[in-house]
Write a protein that binds this ligand. Structure first.
Ligand SMILES: [Zn+2]
Length: 309
């Protein structure tokens, strides 16, 4: 099994979890502290890739202390059941509003199958349940013991998903942003919104970005994709992009096709991946992960007063 592991300093290792075989769109992270912690195992299909990476990093089946997900969307948490089965000592940490979906993924999988249709199996693979006794849920703030006095602090950060949490490493000042600051494209340094239905909420998302800035992180670690050290600029950019997309969808009215077209026309020139001359494969890969249509649909749902499930 081929693995791509990038050491980021501070005993943090980025693992390319290769959603649907694509490289460079889904990142997991191993904090190789006294009590090793895996952040974002990725999809069920990613589990063998993640296990091979942990083997290469010297983490055996009994060594992993914690698996934590920023939220339960399948590109982050689909593989939790498979990873929990392989690492029987690991505690699974998730926000309390997401916990029951890890123990019983039936509804989560059913709704994703409805959205993704035939592509579901290729994209995600089959999510298996996690023993409820292994799950520890956190509320507004929580903590994960990394050993040796090092901690990962959890902060509820709704907006992308109502059960989203960000994680701050007490030793490095790294902030794991999940999808709360959107999608970062390392090749072009673009920041694009991630606003899927049914949870997206603009005010909550902006409040979470302000909360993140207030935590004073040293570095942002994006699930999509990788580390960013320009913390303040990137969080500002993330808020600005959200406002532009929401304003554009509001202006477009309630026809989805028209809104998608208007968003493309307005925002494509803003990003290196969609400007004329850009690599179409790179754009297509990120569109698979976070499509303009899904984002526009999520914004429309929010504007029509949608408040999640
Ligand atoms: Zn995601």
């Amino acid at each position: 099994m081929e693995t791509t592991i990038t050491p980021l300093g501070g005993d943090v290792h980025e693992i390319d979890t290769r959603m649907a075989g694509h490289t460079g769109i889904t990142a997991g992270y191993l904090i190789r502290s006294d009590r090793p912690c895996l952040v974002e195992p990725g999809t069920a299909g990613s589990a063998p890739v993640v296990a091979a990476a942990l083997d290469a990093l010297g983490i055996g089946p009994d060594d992993l202390a914690t698996v934590v997900v920023t939220h339960i969307h399948l590109d982050h948490a689909g593989g939790v059941g498979a990873i929990a089965a392989r690492y029987p000592s690991a505690e699974v940490v998730v926000h309390e509003k997401g916990a029951r979906h890890l123990a019983d993924p039936t509804r989560l999988v059913r709704s994703a199958r409805r959205v993704f249709g035939d592509a579901f199996d290729t994209l995600f693979g089959d999510m298996t349940p996690t023993d409820a006794a292994r799950i520890r849920s956190v509320d507004d703030v929580g903590a994960i013991d990394l050993g040796g006095g090092r901690r990962l602090e959890t902060h509820h950060s709704p907006g992308h998903a109502r059960h989203h949490i960000g994680l701050v490493d007490s030793a490095t000042g790294d902030l794991y942003v999940g999808d709360a600051a959107g999608v970062y494209v390392p090749e072009t340094a673009d920041v694009r919104p991630a606003t899927p239905p049914p949870d997206f909420d603009l005010d909550a998302a902006l409040a979470s970005l302000r909360m993140f800035a207030g935590l004073g992180p040293q570095r942002l670690l994006f699930a999509h994709y990788g580390p960013v050290t320009a913390v303040a600029d990137t969080l500002d950019r993330s808020a600005e992009e959200l406002r532009i997309w929401v304003d554009t969808v509001r202006e477009a009215g309630d026809d989805v096709d028209h809104a998608v077209a208007l968003v493309r026309e307005r925002t494509d020139p803003r990003y290196g991946i969609t400007r004329p001359g850009a690599d179409p494969e790179l754009a297509a890969k990120f569109e698979t992960l976070s499509s303009t249509r899904a984002n526009v649909t999520g914004i429309m749902h929010a504007l029509s007063g949608g408040t999640g499930r």
